[in-house]
Ligand binder design. Structure first.
Ligand code: SAM
Length: 218
């Protein structure tokens, strides 16, 4: 899944992963991140997720990272937020309403930019990437965070041969492997979500679980 793939998805509005409502696991497990008002939350590969608005309304300073400028501009327009715009190194930055969107490649983000991040939230980011990129993603994410910074990670798991991703199937064993020795991995909950993800059912997914993992300082 290269840059061109995702930019075209946004150009074509082929974005079934985008949801109108804040994620149920985020609402349920937000409290487990132990955040105080004003704490910064990193949202990698954020799209135009309404979860960012939800986090900002709970008093978080949200930093999202997203390749597509269309997604970033749509976010502010759809949320009715006037965004200020500036350049910051390789990133175009749009900012307003407690949300800062860094438009550019997540893999170009440096730890200097994330020094104050108190938690990370990954929904449909790790699972957007093919196997060979998931290790690189986990390594980069960990390199951006202090050793005790918690991560709320949501993944889908389905019979691997049902469809070609994205989204890719990522189960507990892989999450444990990716974060081994760096985070304590707790699977908080798993739910059957096939009825909620009709586009995946239509593509041929026969069983679908959504997992919520809390990755905490080990
Ligand atoms: C499956 S979508 C999920 C979006 C969002 N997390 C959500 O829950 O709606 C994955 C997103 O990652 C973005 N993306 C893919 N590779 C990226 C990269 N290297 N840097 C930043 N964003 C990236 C894509 O443009 C796309 O919006």
């Amino acid at each position: 899944m290269d840059e061109a793939f995702w930019l075209k998805r946004w150009q074509d509005s082929a974005i079934p992963f985008h949801k109108a409502e804040p994620n149920h696991y985020l609402r349920k497990y937000f409290g487990r991140l132990g955040l105080a008002a004003g704490d910064e939350v990193l949202v990698p590969l954020c799209g135009k997720s309404v979860d960012m608005r939800w986090l900002a309304r709970r008093g978080c300073c949200v930093t999202g990272v997203e390749l597509s400028e269309i997604a970033a501009r749509d976010f502010f327009e759809e949320q009715g937020i006037q965004a200020a715009e500036r350049r910051e190194g390789a990133f175009l930055v749009l900012e307003g309403g407690g949300v800062t969107l860094l438009c550019g490649d997540f893999f170009s983000l440096s730890s200097a930019r994330t020094a104050r991040v108190a938690a990370a939230y990954d929904r449909a980011a790790l699972i957007a990437l093919p196997a060979e990129m998931r290790m690189r993603y986990a390594e980069h994410l960990l390199s951006l965070l202090a050793a005790d910074t918690p991560i709320l990670l949501l993944t889908f798991e389905y019979p691997a041969h049902d469809i070609d991703g994205p989204p890719f199937s990522v189960g507990e064993a892989e999450v444990r492997r990716l974060f081994a020795g760096r985070r304590r991995v707790t699977r908080m909950e798993s739910l059957d979500r096939l009825a909620n993800e009709t586009n995946l059912a239509e593509r041929g997914v026969t069983r679908l679980e959504e997992h919520a993992f809390l990755l905490s300082g080990s």
